[in-house]
Design a protein around this ligand. Sequence first.
Ligand code: SF4
Length: 251
Amino acid sequence: MTTDTQLTMAEVLQTAEAKKVRRRLDFAYEPIPSFACFDDCSACCFNSAETSMIEFANILDHMKTLPDEQLNKVIRKTVLYEFLHLVTLDHKCPFLESGKCSVYEVRPLRCRFFGMYPDDEYMDQKNDSLEANEVLLKEYKEAGVKLPKEVVTYDIEQCDAARQGASPLLIPKTERELLEDRVYSLDSEVFGDPSEGMQSDRFTFLYVSSAMPDQNEMSRLRHSATNEFLESGTHEVLETMLSLGVFGLQK
Ligand code: SF4
């Protein structure tokens, strides 16, 4: 869910600490089975994963503990991904570091589920996402921006790691929805009435919009960054914003 009301990063961080979100989420994630990934496979970490608000707060709270150099690297990758992921395949999930998840202990539900979708459900999700991208392609075209076809048609293959061996780990939709409810219902418990500014979205979107709550300003930046990249392959406008500390995380 996305609304026009955006919490600032400081508000999200205060809530994370006051409401002990890590403890609540660890408990909610507990029944989700896990499996060993194939060595050095990070195929599912191509996109920035969707998070609920409490998951977003949990990851932000964890980011505060990172050493400055690593934190700055993650923030830079977050910003470049968010503003350029529709125009280039160069940027992946900002937490992917040398083929591994650098926030594995606080990774969101979507990452925990990956590989455990039955094939037909995975295909449905993939088709929905390709359809949504087709809509974006048209919207941008109408605004005079030609998004690269290879980016909007890119898709991630189903993961086979969970289905190795005699008992494949697949979670059918009904069970998944129960687990999702367990996590997503925490949003209203922790942040109050969901109609007042709650949203789930990709991590990178939530991050940049909590750092830059003025959505008009963000939209202008998105257009200038997209145009700059398509015209010259550079991202100076974003580098300038980063150097000014616009997207910094206040520890
Ligand atoms: S948060 Fe971690 S597991 Fe999830 S997509 Fe990013 S790197 Fe992969």
